[in-house]
Design a protein around this ligand. Sequence first.
Ligand SMILES: Cc1cc2nc3c(=O)[nH]c(=O)nc-3n(C[C@H](O)[C@H](O)[C@H](O)COP(=O)(O)O)c2cc1C
Length: 214
Amino acid sequence: MEREPWVVGVSGASGTPYAAAVIRGLLGAGEAVDVVVSRAARLTILDETGISFRDAHWQEDLREWLESPLDRGKPEPFELDDVRYWTAGDFAAGPSSGSYPAKGMLVVPCSAAAVAGIAIGLSKDLLQRAANVTLKERRPLVLCVREAPLSGVTLRQLAELDGEGAVIIPASPGFYAGSASVQQLVDFVAGRVLDSVKVKHRLYRRWEGELGPK
Ligand SMILES: Cc1cc2nc3c(=O)[nH]c(=O)nc-3n(C[C@H](O)[C@H](O)[C@H](O)COP(=O)(O)O)c2cc1C
């Protein structure tokens, strides 16, 4: 069977734990994943995890990142066999063409700069190019946006992208799922990202119609 991955674009907004949770969730669901990490995201990964993400050692660095949830718990075991990594400057990479098989793309976290670049079709790097390819091919595109406050420019661009079919998910957790740790709040957002593309997961407790502490 032809490999058909989800492309996960990690841009340089704060919130790299969201990306790790989404990638773990996809792998846990048996999905193939293609990962693109923007240049700026290397700074946020370094700042938020202490990991210097290196193209040449991506497997080692990705594994370390995915194995470091915020609660320092032990995540479900995962394999990187079905993960492909593309460098952000590689415009010859698979996801930069519409003929490369992909289910769609999740940009997690999505910076205001990435919103702008995708909205105007800038394609300044592989992440933005792959997102534009996803739009033009009418595949699911999810933008998990992290910025506060949001400028009018970004709000208008998000509305435009929504009109193009992108799903905009603010990186803002709900508090109704009984989350007791920061990692559980992160998993709530990651779970909503996966819900939007119908990938099965057990990242958060779903609303069951009853008010009150869980
Ligand atoms: C530590 C750090 C945190 C940042 N947090 C955010 C953020 O939450 N949202 C945002 O839109 N930009 C944030 N930025 C700025 C982006 O990294 C910057 O706009 C960059 O151009 C984004 O590029 P990219 O979209 O290609 O990754 C942050 C930068 C740094 C160094």
